[in-house]
Structures are given as C-alpha cells and as structure tokens.
Design a binder for this molecule. Structure first.
Ligand SMILES: [Zn+2]
Length: 1075
C-alpha cells in the first residue's frame, strides 16, 4: 500500500503518494460514512481499500492478514494522540457533558462525553484550546504542547454563570439534571445555608405514595423508587434510593439504609425519612455536604416497613399498641430469626421482604427508626439467659461509636434522661444503650442484620410520643437533621477496598475479610469490594478466598474517613490448569487427587446460596438472543460452534426427521471424542413439539455460554472438564419449520410431518424416525445420569410419570430434581403460571407429577426412566408456545441459572465402583437402589445415580457373585462415593456377607456407618422445628449442628433450648409496648 502503486486491473497506472489520498480528490462520494463521522460526531474516520480483488480466494486471507496486521494495530494506537482530559464543574467537581472543545485555528469542534471526558486528535504542535458550555464561563488554556505519542492531559474547570448575583438565596431549586450551581468563593462558603424541607404533615399511605412518586419524578437523575413487595394488606413496601447513579452498585461505593415505621404507630421515623428525601434531593448539587454524601454513598430510605399498622394508629398516641403490629397482628421487631431463641411466630410478608432485600444489597450501615423513648440502642438485643444484661457483640466498640455519632447531634437525646413522665428513673449515658442491657428483645431486626449480613444496624428511639401531633413535626426534623446526616457519614469509616485475583485483576466475589481479635468476618460483594467499619486503631486484617492463598496486612485506621486497602490474592498451588497436561495417564480413581478435591469444593460452592450467581457474574454472557433459529440457521449455528471450539465440541447426527432434516446432537466435553465412563453424563433435549421452540434457543444459548467461558471462567472450565454434556436442540425440526412466531396457542407444528405427536410415540414399537433416532442413539445407551427436556405452554416442571401409575419409584429424587430447576427460576417456583384461560392455576412449588398435570401415554420421560435408567424432567418455559423473539433475552435470563444448576446437580448422588476381591472391575453388574431403580455398571465397573439427599439402600447383583447390600447417605451438595467389593467365596457362613463399603472423599468423612444414627437424629430434630428460621438455614449447617449435638451431648442442648422458649414469652409480654 505504501508504494502508492496498487496496479489494480483496469487502473494499472493509478498512483497515490505514500498510499494515501483525499477522498474527493480521488473521486466524489456523496453520503459517505467517513464524512458523517467527522461532521456529526466527535470521531475521525478514514476509509481503507485493502486489495484490488474485492472477494479474493480464501487461500489469500493469510497473506492479507500479514499485509495489514501492523497497520491495523498502529491505527488503534493513534487513538491516543493529541489532547485528552475532562471538563468539570468548579464547585461539585462533577464532569460536564456536552461541553464544546475548540482548537484555535481549526474549524472543527468536538464535545465532551457523559463524564465530561474528551479526546481531541491533533498532530504535534502548540495549540490554544477552549472549553465552553451554556451556563458556564468559557475557559481557554493557551500554549498546550502536543508531542508524538500519548495525548497531553488537559483538564478544564468551569465556573457557573448562574452565580454571584444571588449568593444568599435559599430558594434556588436545583434539579439534578441542570446542576445550576451557586458560584461560591471560598470566603462566602460558610454563609451557605442548605434548603430545609417544607412538607411537615402526617402522610397516610396514598399521600406518601404520591410524595415518593413526585420526588422520583422531579429528581430522576438521583432517585429510584422501588418496592420490596407488598404488606399483608397489599400496600407496596416502598424504598427510595438516592444516589448519583441510581439503580447501580458502583464498585467501591458503600450502601446505606434507613428503615422507618416498623411499628405502625411509631410514626416520627416515617416523616423524618420523607423530610430527608426532600432535603437530599433539593440540596444535591448546591450543598457540598449533601452533594458529597450522595456522590459517595448509595442511600436507600424505607419510610414505612409497616404501612398497614400505620393506617390503624391514631394521632396523639403516646404509649399505646394500636397499630404497632402488622395486619396479621405480629410484632415485626420480634419476627426475625434469633441467635438464642426459636421464634415460633410465622415469618411475616413484611419481614421476608426486608430480609431478602438485606441479602440482595451490600449494605454496610443501617438504622431502624422507632418511637416511645429517646435513645440509640445497639446489638445485641438479647442474650442466652433472656434477662436484661449487657450482651456484647464482637463489634461493641464500633457500635458505640456509630450510636454516639447520632446521639451527640441530638442534644436532648445526649442528656440521656428521655421520658421522665413515663420512666422517671431511666438514664442512658450519652443517649446510647446496649439493647439487652435495657431490656430483652428476641427476634429483633438489628441482631439479624449483624449476624446474617455484612451490615451493622442500630435501633433509634426518636421521642417519647409515638404518634405526635402534626404541629410538632418541624421540631423533630430540627432535632434530628444533623444526627441523620452524621450517622450516614459513618458508613465511610474503618477500612474498605477490593479483593482481587492476581492473574487477571478481577474482583473476587465472596472473599472473606477478617480482623484479628474481632470475631465477625465480612465478605466481598460481586465486584470484590468490601467495607469493614472499625474504630481508630491498628489491626491485622486477612483476606481469604476459596482456591487462593490468604493474605494478611497491618492496617492503621484513623478517625476521619476509611482507609483503602486492596488485597491481591494468588491462586493456591492446586490449580487445575497446571495439573493438566502432565503425563497422559488418567488415574481418576484416586480421590486424594487435589483436582478432585478442588472440584468437590467447587460443587459445594456452587450448591451454596448465591453460588451460581457468582458463577454467572464472573462469566461472559453477552449473548445476542435477538431472533429464532430456523432449521437452516440452527445447523449453521451448531457448525459454527464446532468450528470455533473444536477441542470441546462434537456434532453428530442422531438420524433424520420424516422430511429428512437432521436431528443434531451436540456434545460438549473436554474430550469430545473419547469415552469417559467415570464422568456423569447429562442430556438436554428441546423441540419435541415444533410449535414450542423457546427450549431450542435456550439450549443454543447454553451451548454458546459454556464454550465462550471455557478456559475463561474456572467454574465453567471444571464443569465442562468433568461432565459429558449432550444437547439435542431440536427433536422435531419438521414441526418447527411449520410453526409461526408469536403464535401463542396454535398447535401447528406441534406434531411431526406425519402428524404424530412425538411425545406419545415413545413405546417399544416407536413408529416415527425422530423418536427412533433418539431412543436408539441416546436413551437405550443407558449411560446418562440426568435428562432435562424443554417444552412450552405453561411455567412449571413435571417429573415422571406422564402415564397414570399407582406408585412412583424414586419419587423423592425425581421431585427433588424438578424442584431444583423450579427453585432456581425467578418465578416458576411460585407456582402461579397465570397463563391465559388458566389464570387461577396453582402448582405448589412450580413442580408436579406429569400425570397429575396432563396425563398421556408414550412420553419421552417415561421411556427415559423406564428403559434408559435415567431420570428425566420436563421444563415448560413460558405460557406462550412461540413468544416474540424480543422475549428471548429475558427467557434466557430466567432459565440460565436453572440450566446451570442441572450441570451441578449431575455431580451429586452416588458414584460407585464395583470390583471383585482381586481388584478387577465388574461391568454390567446390576445396582438396585431402594428396592426399585436399577442401573448397570459401565465399562470399568463404574456406576452413577442421582438420589435425593438422605439415606438410601443399595443392592448389588452380578453373575457368579452373592448379592451385596448396604446403605449410603447422600448429601445435598456433594457426591457420595461407594466402592463395592464382591467376594466369590461367600458360602462359608451360609448367609450373605455384609458388603464391604469404603467411602472416599472429604465430604463423606462422616462415613456410611454413622449415616443411620445421623439420620435418626435428623428426623427427630426436624420435627421440632416448624418455624421460618429453620427453613432459611442450609442443610449443610443442619448437618453440622447434628455433629455438634452428638459430640457435646444432645440432651443438654435440647433442654436449654426448651427452657429459653418459655422464658422468652414472659419477657415479650412485659415489654411489648416499647421499641
Ligand atoms: Zn418500636
């Protein structure tokens, strides 16, 4: 190109000096793209003519790449030349969007981006550059020198023109979008007065709703109004978010919340939070303190947690309990799971909504606003004995500091003698108190916050009168406004930072930050960010994460502002990548193999709460699901996957449809062409009904997701390495070709080309080519551990059988698998598909036995269970058979976690290995589980079967050997391994010899022999817990509890629990009128 003599056929004599030319000089092009870029955007574009031949043969592509490689890279590098920087507001420091950047002598301006950023390409030289924006004084910087290489950095700080004329007005209403600012000089700053709220009245629910909507509407750039759900009487549980980026967690920025009106008749907090919303909105952009706070903190304000109770309460109420409880008459601040006491009351909708909110956001600090006294009360709120005594939390010092930050700004509270008329002897030094030291509150919200989340919460009593008269409201704002702001600022104390992966610098989710001598670790959020509130001092802080070497740092915390401390963690040496490739021998039986251990840990982690969310967040999933794939597109897509990921994919053809379309089967595995009988095999099948093609698209997305993240996301890599995944995306391609998009109810395309519904053809004399193809090539191989079929027409999961039967063998396991899918789906588990014509349908847990829903004979899943020895569930993804393609992204979002959960689940159950006394593996032995289900051992003596958590019986039968029997305990988050040894010489005692069972793997350290004992205790204990608390906890903890119970003497523990339960009720009745 640089010779400038292309010698293109037809224009042999054409030359361009240095291989470049002005476009119009060459020939005139109207409506070209490059000119549009230059004139209408801030972008410079050139047009490259790469070769004389427009569509050269493929053999030349490599040469073309060689010719252009350097040039393409160099052009990218050129984006860095010239001048770059920001245009900012002089008071707030915020970036100014759309400011004009002009260079003297060059008649071409560019504008700043969303953050005030600009980049002006210039050749080396000296320039005078001006930044200008309406409402601001323009600013010119002269003699800016531009050199070769990276851009010269230049920042412009513009002063507002809306300025000096009215420095003292408090009536300037600034909306966030205009950010019209007072131009304050340093000398006048102290005279600035923030705008005070004006709306002092009691807001009943509809009024409060309008107030909230109004502020959300007037200040859209800094607010987001959302709801946590509904109260018992269906009032929205509103939260107003105030942030400079509403709706977004900004990595590194802490989150704060205030909750008011938990007791419906304690109304001061409700009104103060509405005042606070008004105050923050009206002062953002003009008041430095508010602006700074909103920019650096994501603030969530919930004016009323108990809107139903509020409507029953009465103005002027000082000490009554009318309206205190929710509509079901439960005290919400006695309704949270407690560390010392079993809370027997059912967990209320308001409590559940708030608990899931607290789990969903990375809150750091919080306060719960009450009335009836005047004091800040901090954890713990109760103690083991149930008596009024100081109950210290590990963070007692921090709690005192944050409590004081509130009380010392409220002079009356600080004096510590709150309600002399009612409680003449009460005294709280400095207006703060430990909760339990005042009186015992079991089931309170603040302790739950501290024990179950990373958030520290206190309870603030705002005044002796619970429901004061309206005229007194301005006084409450005046007394508390400084406190409310100062308390929020406490979120910026202690230590904060990120925990990062040394290999790629990405944040590590769910890493642990622990402070030596404070027994209260916190965990990192999705982007690896963490916040640890601490009082000034020097601390030893350790960051640790699964699969990484922990790191400890000495950190000094000062009294002003949080110290930023980042931890960069190195992966621990048992890295799966480094182990691979060392020698080709595959000795997978060795369970002490560190990669096997690591994989067990991964399965455990992915089975834990939020485990799969973590996987999804750390994976690339920018899949463009914008259209459906017809048969031709589907085939192209699958070929494309195999072309791009040849090492982990294999595309085969199971057979042909009636109209000779291929039934594709895509295998995803680290060794796609090799048999790995010890690995569990899972099958996904979609499109049995051609008119319901959503499943097809979901499976294509799943396949691409797995390929895209292989060797990029460690969890996906390990799952692909350890699982044989088979995807049959379209079983009925003929029907699919007939179906029509957006046809929600039509049966056209449901059957195959011969008008047979394939889901009735799975019998011993299957007649259709599609059915035969999958039966012969997949199902009858009997080597799958799990099958998931995707269909449409409702939102639920069905499990076998579709035919009416008396009893369902292995029902617990089948139902468990179906529930797992439904529970990982955002709405399916709610059991309300709300499909047109069946709007009142109710499916408990979103799961039903096939025959109970739509009974029919000859179904694929019945055949799979009966003849394939493989459990199969059918997922119905949407009410509409063939929804519009615009719904595909949300359908993928809804089903992704569930589909991935199946890949995790297939690694559970029981992995077995059957051999004889000499160690020779026995293939084709029959394994009978719970006297029902049968599986055969594969080559190498392996078998694998999924079973619901609990105890199961195993019988093993093989020709020439005596039957063997044992029991195995199956965990919810790990596989159990069983080695069965057959003894040929078993007639000596005339009785079947007890099976020799050895159990391997760290997760099974509690041995099969103890399984029965454990199980017995489990069933005793599970009868004792009928409350919400127990349901929230994970089985794993339960299991550990049992172990602990067993080792410390269960009788004693059980007795002390019962004792507490009784004393607790007395405490509650004594003090129920207080906070
Ligand atoms: Zn209260």
């Amino acid at each position: 190109m640089k010779t400038g003599a292309p010698h293109c056929p037809g224009d042999e004599d054409e030359t361009f000096k240095d291989g470049i030319t002005n476009g119009a000089h060459w020939y005139d092009v109207e409506g070209g793209m490059q000119d549009y870029n230059y004139v209408w955007a801030s972008c410079f574009e050139i047009t490259l003519e790469l070769s004389c031949c427009k569509y050269p043969p493929a053999s030349q592509l490599l040469q073309e790449w060689e010719n252009n490689r350097e040039s393409l890279i160099t052009l990218i590098e050129k984006v860095h030349i010239g001048v770059a920087g920001f245009v900012k507001d002089s008071v707030t420091g915020s970036g100014l969007e759309n400011a004009t950047i002009s260079v003297a002598g060059i008649d071409h301006n560019i504008t700043t981006g969303r953050f005030g950023d600009f980049h002006r390409l210039l050749v080396p030289g000296t320039y005078n550059i001006t930044a200008a924006l309406i409402g601001y004084m323009p600013l010119t910087i002269n003699n800016i020198i531009v050199k070769e290489g990276p851009a010269t950095k230049v920042n412009f700080t513009l002063r507002s023109t809306a300025a000096s004329a009215t420095p003292d007005t408090t009536e300037v209403v600034a909306t966030a979008s205009t950010v019209a600012l007072l131009n304050l000089s340093p000398g006048t700053q102290s005279s600035h007065q923030p705008i005070q709220p004006k709306d002092f009245r009691h807001h009943h629910f509809p009024d409060m709703e309008i107030f909230l909507r109004r502020f959300a509407n007037e200040y859209p750039n800094i607010t987001r109004l959302y709801s946590l759900g509904k109260s018992v009487e269906s009032r929205e549980l509103y939260v107003m978010e105030i942030s400079d980026n509403p709706g977004v967690h900004e990595p590194g920025e802490p989150e704060f919340k205030y909750i008011g009106n938990m007791h419906g008749n304690e109304v001061v907090g409700r009104e103060l939070l509405l005042n606070l919303i008004e105050y923050l909105c009206k002062n953002f952009g003009t008041d430095p303190e508010v602006t700074d706070l909103v920019r650096s903190t994501r603030i969530h304000l919930m004016p009323s947690m108990n809107p139903d109770g509020y409507e029953k309460a009465q103005e002027g109420d000082s000490i009554s309990v009318i309206g205190r409880n929710n509509s079901n008459n439960f005290d919400l601040n006695r309704n949270f799971p407690d560390q010392f006491v079993q809370i027997a009351d059912p967990t209320q909708p308001e409590t559940i909504a708030v608990m899931s909110w607290m789990k969903a956001y990375p809150f750091v600090l919080s306060a719960n606003l009450h009335g009836g006294s005047l004091v800040v009360n901090y954890p713990f709120d109760d103690d083991e004995q149930g008596i009024a005594t100081y109950s210290k939390s590990p963070d007692d010092a921090v709690f005192q500091q944050i409590a004081l930050s509130y009380s010392k700004e409220n002079s009356q509270m600080f004096q510590g003698r709150p309600c002399k008329n009612i409680y003449p002897n009460e005294y709280f030094p400095h207006g703060i108190t430990n909760g339990a030291n005042w009186y015992n509150v079991p089931g309170g919200m603040q302790d739950w916050n501290y024990l179950q989340t990373n958030c520290l919460e206190v309870t603030i009593e705002l005044g002796c009168v619970k429901y004061p008269f309206e005229k007194d409201l301005p006084k409450f704002w005046e007394q508390n406004r400084r406190s409310l702001i100062q308390f929020m600022k406490q979120v910026h104390q202690g230590v904060k930072g990120f925990v990062l992966d040394a290999t790629d610098g990405r944040g590590i989710f769910n890493a642990t930050i622990s402070v030596a001598e404070i027994n209260h670790p916190v965990t990192t959020y999705k982007t690896g960010d963490y916040w640890r509130l601490l009082v000034p001092g020097t601390y030893k802080i350790t960051a640790s994460a699964q699969g990484y070497n922990p790191l400890t740092k000495n950190v000094t915390v000062k009294s002003e502002g949080a110290v930023q401390v980042n931890f960069t963690l190195v992966r621990s040496s048992t890295n799966i990548e480094s182990k691979k490739g060392k020698g080709a021998s595959t000795n997978t039986d060795d369970s002490s193999d560190p990669t096997t251990k690591e994989f067990e840990t991964l399965i455990k982690d992915l089975s834990a709460e939020n485990g799969l969310e973590g996987l999804m967040l750390r994976s690339s999933s920018n899949l463009a699901l914008y259209r459906y794939h017809s048969y031709k597109d589907l085939s192209e897509f699958l070929r494309g996957l195999v072309m791009n990921y040849p090492h982990i994919t294999n595309l085969t053809n199971l057979g042909h449809s009636a109209e000779y379309r291929q039934i594709w089967s895509l295998e995803i595995s680290n060794k796609p062409n090799v048999s790995e009988p010890e690995e569990p095999k899972i099958r996904f099948v979609a499109g049995i009904h051609g008119n319901a093609p959503v499943g097809t698209e979901l499976l294509l997305a799943l396949a691409e997701f797995l390929c895209l993240n292989y060797k990029r996301n460690p969890a996906v890599t390990q799952l692909v390495d350890r699982t044989r995944i088979v995807i049959v995306p379209s079983l009925n391609p003929d029907g699919r070709e007939r179906a029509q998009e957006k046809d929600c109810t039509s049966k056209i395309g449901q059957a195959n080309a011969r008008d047979k519904d394939l889901d009735t053809d799975f019998t011993n004399n299957a007649s259709q080519p599609e059915t035969k193809a999958i039966i012969e090539n997949l199902i009858q191989k009997q080597d799958f551990s799990l099958s998931v079929a995707l269909d449409g027409g409702s939102v639920l999961v069905t499990y076998p059988y579709d035919k009416p039967v008396q009893t369902v063998e292995n029902k617990e396991t089948l139902k468990h698998l179906a529930s797992l899918y439904a529970n990982n789906h955002p709405s399916m588990h709610l059991g309300q598909p709300s499909c047109p014509n069946k709007s009142d349908e109710n499916i408990p847990g979103g799961v039903m036995r096939g025959a109970e829903w739509h009974s029919h004979l000859g179904s694929m899943k019945d055949y799979s269970v009966t003849y394939g020895h493989c459990p199969e569930i059918t997922v119905y993804t949407s009410c509409c058979y063939f929804p519009s393609a615009t719904q595909l992204p949300s359908l993928w979002a809804e089903n992704k976690k569930s589909l991935l959960s199946m890949l995790v689940e297939v690694h559970k159950g029981v992995h077995g290995f059957v051999k004889d006394k000499t160690g020779k593996p026995i293939s084709n032995a029959v394994i009978v589980l719970n006297e029902g289900i049968k599986v055969h051992t594969k080559e190498g003596g392996h078998f694998h079967v999924l079973l619901a958590p609990g105890v199961h019986n195993i019988n093993a039968i093989a020709d020439g050997y005596q039957q063997q029997h044992s029991q195995v305990f199956v965990h919810h988050d790990a596989a159990s391994s069983v080695v069965i040894v057959f003894d040929t010489d078993n007639q000596i005692f005339g009785l079947p010899r007890e099976l020799v069972v050895t159990v391997s793997g760290a997760t099974m350290s509690a041995l099969v022999l103890t399984a029965c004992i454990i199980w017995c205790i489990c069933s005793i204990k599970s009868n004792r817990h009928k409350d919400g608390f127990h349901r929230l906890r994970q089985h794993h903890d339960e299991y550990e509890d049992e172990i602990r119970l067993m080792s410390t003497g269960s009788k004693k523990s059980l007795l002390s629990h019962e004792f507490q339960d009784e004393t607790d009720t007395e405490e509650e009745t004594l003090y129920s009128s207080k906070h």
